[in-house]
Design a binder for this molecule. Structure first.
Ligand code: ATP
Ligand code: MG
Length: 561
């Protein structure tokens, strides 16, 4: 597996070089791109690369980018997906203005152009069953063979095609094919299918059509109608380009768009294919398209990832023509960088251990001052309550500490963040021998976290006041798959990570989190970045861990790994 690293000059790539030289040569009067999703699923982070590229180029060159739904397969497409795609593109920060288009808007025109090819002797109706047609297509090493229907007269082709349109034949009975070359080295030129019969209701055109154009027949012509200048798509369409060009050359289209290909985004431990993502949803392996473990934009949003982090990530990956796999740690790094600047700090104890400060006055409470974001003084300060009983993190206490453990243990003094120095005097255990409570003392002179006598402590712990803290459920996420190349062994579900989600129900958070706004990121000190989940409510707080604090990407980069 190769790991793509940041390009030498962020924001520069071979596509922008091509556009620059076209501009220098006076080949374009305007720059028009498009993002053409098929509305058969939710957008994922791979799509974000295509979105940032197409909308980004339009923005940089003062052109425009269209959002065009490639809605040519009514059996798999739904309005829910159309709505989700629009929402996600907007959320990512892009605007198509008045240029919201649908391939289905062009069905009438596409139909006319299909007849144009028939009339020119460049398309024919084929009655071969699908299986037979596939066999006769040949292979990479063997040329294909002509269909016995290839030499039908123009009149017969026109008649049959019109009857296909009028719904006279059942699904699969006939197709319209381009008449190009059954011996072409490029399989896509071996008389590709342009239209198929499909008796299916379309979300936009209803029952009007019984035949639908294929992707290849719809795509380039839609580009031409919209006067797209650069049709940017992923590498798997490279072999389709000769067909794209053939159609543009053989039809009376109003403009001549050109197709260029770039590498898809692949991420390790992640599946970026709508087909597989659909399976995860339909088989209930995740709670839905926006399950925070999914790589969809809806899931990343719910998990607390800001759109700016996705844009930064995509920029740092760059655009190239070589396929590669990006380390998921690079995405996490971008998320941390972004949230570190913006997220307010709070204290939350995920797995609480009760602490009683025996020399703190009974029933007393006080308020301590805490900084909201050390990266941004404008975020100000807040007050957090302190009392005789607190919670600290279970893992911050060890009875017999190993070397290098500087947190709490019997006799050891530590700092409570924004609070006091406390010393552990005793650990109370239950019948099973588990520590259930710590008895501590505090030094009133260390209020705010420093000792007037200058003595130092090595550990600083986060904490919450037991009397004031809010109970919360906290959902910790780990990669959805346990192998870097999920599905490579043939069974995608077998590669699901059994511990991709861990739900903590006993957590306690500081009172300032009681009215946490859904989706708004906060940093839980020493833990990571979190945000209130969609299901969170004021009396039933639920937080998602967006990402932990440890940055393995920055570390690997620093050590040259
Ligand atoms: P999938 O393979 O997930 O089903 P798709 O390519 O069929 O995706 P479309 O809706 O057709 O999905 O994609 C819209 C656009 O997004 C296309 O131009 C496609 O090339 C691009 N795209 C899809 N996946 C990626 C990816 N992983 N990286 C970059 N661009 C992508
Ligand atoms: Mg596609």
């Amino acid at each position: 597996m190769t790991t793509e690293t940041a390009t030498a000059e962020p924001g520069r790539d071979f596509l922008r070089d091509i556009i620059d030289s076209d501009i220098a040569a006076g080949r374009n009067s305007e720059i028009v791109t498009r993002f053409p999703p098929e509305p058969n699923g939710y957008l994922h982070i791979g799509h974000a690369k295509a979105i940032c590229l197409n909308f980004g180029i339009a923005e940089e060159y003062g052109g425009r980018c269209h959002l065009r739904f490639d809605d040519t397969n009514p059996t798999k497409e739904e309005q829910e997906y159309i709505d989700a795609i629009e929402r996600d593109v907007r959320w990512l920060g892009f605007d198509w203005g008045s240029h919201l288009h649908y391939a289905s808007d062009y069905f009438e025109q596409l139909y006319e152009w299909a007849e144009h090819l028939i009339n020119a002797g460049k398309a024919y109706v084929d009655d071969l069953p699908a299986e037979k047609m596939r066999m006769m297509r040949g292979s990479l090493t063997e040329p294909g063979r002509n269909s016995p229907y290839r030499d039908r007269s123009i009149a017969e082709n026109r008649d049959l095609f019109r009857r296909m349109r009028d719904g006279e034949f059942p699904n699969g009975a006939r197709v319209l094919r381009a008449k190009i070359d059954m011996a072409a080295g490029n399989m896509n030129l071996r008389d590709p299918v342009l239209y198929r019969i499909l008796h299916a209701e379309h979300p936009r055109t209803g029952a009007k059509w019984r035949i639908y154009p294929t992707y290849d027949f719809a795509h380039g012509q839609s580009d031409a109608i919209e006067r797209v200048t650069y049709s940017l798509c992923t590498l798997e369409f490279e072999d389709h380009r000769p067909l794209y060009d053939w159609l543009i050359a053989n039809l009376p289209v109003p403009s001549r768009p050109r197709q260029y290909e770039f590498a898809r985004l692949n991420l390790n431990y992640t599946v970026l294919s709508k087909r597989f993502l659909t399976q995860l949803v339909s088989h209930g392996r995740v709670s839905g398209w926006d399950d925070p473990r999914m790589p969809t934009l809806a899931a990343l949003r719910r998990r607390g990832v800001p759109p700016a982090a996705i844009r930064d990530f995509v920029r740092s990956v760059g655009v190239a023509r070589a396929n590669s796999t990006v380390d998921i740690a690079m995405l996490e790094h971008a998320v941390r960088e972004s949230l570190n600047r913006t997220a307010q700090r709070r204290m939350a104890v995920l797995r609480p251990l009760r602490v009683v400060i025996e020399n703190y006055p009974q029933d007393a409470t006080e308020e301590l001052e805490a900084i909201n974001n050390p990266e941004d003084p404008a975020c100000g300060k807040r007050r957090i309550p302190f009392g005789r009983e607190l919670y600290i993190e279970k893992e911050d206490f060890i009875e017999r500490p190993p070397k290098g453990f500087y947190r709490l243990s019997p006799g050891r003094e530590v700092r409570l963040r924004y609070g006091y120095f406390v010393t552990c005097r005793d650990a109370v255990k239950n019948a099973a021998g588990e520590v259930t409570r710590l008895i501590c003392t505090y030094d009133p002179a260390t209020r705010g976290g420093n000792a007037p006598d200058g003595r130092k402590v090595r550990g600083t712990l986060h904490w919450v006041s037991a009397a004031h803290a809010e109970p919360a459920e906290i959902r910790l996420y780990n990669p959805l798959f346990s192998r870097p190349d999920p599905g490579a062994g043939g069974d995608l579900f077998a590669d699901l990570n059994p511990s991709s989600i861990e739900i903590l129900t006993e957590s306690r958070v500081e009172p300032a989190l009681a009215d946490a706004v859904r989706g708004e990121a906060v940093q839980f000190e020493r833990q990571g970045y979190f945000c209130a989940d969609l299901d969170s409510a004021p009396n039933q707080l639920i937080f998602n861990r967006t990402v932990g604090l440890r940055d393995s990407w920055a570390k690997a980069r620093a050590s040259g790994g």
